[in-house]
Design a protein around this ligand. Sequence first.
Ligand SMILES: [Fe+2]
Length: 282
Amino acid sequence: MTTSEGSTNNASEGNRNHPSDSLEVLQLSDPHLFATPEGRLLGMRTLLSLQHVIAHARKHLPSIDLALVTGDLVHDASPAGYALLKKELTHLGVPTYCLPGNHDDPEILDKAISGNPIDTPFSIQKKGWSIILLDSNRPGSTLGELDDIQLAKLQETLSSYPNHHTLICLHHHAVAIKSQWLDRIMLNNANDFFAITDRHPQIKGITCGHVHQSFEERRNGVLLMGTPSTCFQFAPKSVDFEIDNRAPGYRHLTLLPDGEIRTDTVHLSRYNCSIDRTSSGY
Ligand SMILES: [Fe+2]
């Protein structure tokens, strides 16, 4: 998919001509909102960039069935920030499912966002697909971890829906992406995670946030994906913290009835990010 207002990065065959019984999914990630609409991160107004991303997705993906938001929803984990997020996500007009990242407080998130159409479920099932949303937040740490409860619920859900093609979503990346500083804060117990997923062939894809960039690779036939942030991006394969020039973006996934995933990422063009590039962290 290519639009006049965005550049794309095709991860597979592209998204054109999908059958009507496919499940069309928008993935947003890492909006990093604040308690006030004026909140800035590295000089960037994160609410404004989220609004531009949502407007772009609404215009160019008119037939999405649902949206996923994969963590770092609110940078200061404030109830007011989650209220702002909920208001913005409502503009999508589709059921939208959120999970926490390392900057979130899962309890405050659940309290602020649970409901309809914006919710924080563990899993949903639709059109023959099961979508599982994991909480990899480790309190007080930027590292990710799936605790025993998350791992048990993952196992249980996979066992309950063996005939549903499955997409797993979590904030932290479970495989190294050759970015030294990001790989130090990836999912800490990826071995525990893969010990479960490797036993369930219905899993077709695993998508994450956290990395603020697009990546795709296959592991044992499963498509692993990273997704751009709705605010600033991190430079691929960087040794230390480094901001990329790419504009805010999102991922589009088409989940087909036969288990195939077609996906691409989109970055806005003509977007003035006004980012403070001298920062050594965020
Ligand atoms: Fe983030």
